[in-house]
Design a protein around this ligand. Sequence first.
Ligand SMILES: Nc1ncnc2c1ncn2[C@@H]1O[C@H](COP(=O)(O)OP(=O)(O)OP(=O)(O)O)[C@@H](O)[C@H]1O
Ligand SMILES: [Mg+2]
Length: 205
Amino acid sequence: MSDDPLLSVRGLVSGYGSTRVLQGIDFDVPRGSVVTLIGRNGVGKTTTLRSILGNVPPSEGTITFDGADITTLSPEKTAREGIALVPEERRVFPGLTVSENVEIGRIGGRRDAEKPTVDAIVDEFENLARHRNSRGANLSGGEQQMLAIARALVSAPDLLLLDEPTEGLAPAVVKQVQRKIEELNDDGAAADEVLDRYLGVSMAD
Ligand SMILES: Nc1ncnc2c1ncn2[C@@H]1O[C@H](COP(=O)(O)OP(=O)(O)OP(=O)(O)O)[C@@H](O)[C@H]1O
Ligand SMILES: [Mg+2]
């Protein structure tokens, strides 16, 4: 395993139109690690993830993933390199079943990797396996969060970006999501976990 970080961000400047949100940030995600980005509302956590993914094109700086320069890649191409995002709002398709939602995640992502089957991924999530034919709209907030994570994992990413994965969840469910992230990391996926300050506090308990 290389000692180089899996992800390396240097001098990243990014924003919307003439508004600069990120004014030259640097950080690394070492291989096999979980990295948490903590900051108040509106400081630019989501913008950082969007810039890595390519939804918001950086105006300066470099983003290196597994030794390759991905600074200017589109989201589709970034996903093909092996980065998956679990978005802030989860964006579960309400009219599709659990299995169908996961199937959609299987369309994108790595071309070179063997992707797990939908059933294999759903089986890894106890609370999804029981509801594989339920529609997204009928799931609880915690189940929707697990589904959004499952949908990202089915693309066989090397780096998982999670934007506020515990937002709006009950404390017991927050713990479940935390445990799942730890489990994934133990399984060998390097995870870049971007959490809100509430989880930051609850982890310190
Ligand atoms: N599409 C957009 N167009 C213009 N400005 C935006 C857009 N999205 C976000 N912003 C602004 O960029 C700044 C950073 O927003 P961002 O969503 O990255 O913050 P955040 O740290 O993720 O906040 P939160 O904790 O509320 O999720 C904010 O001032 C926000 O108003
Ligand atoms: Mg955000």
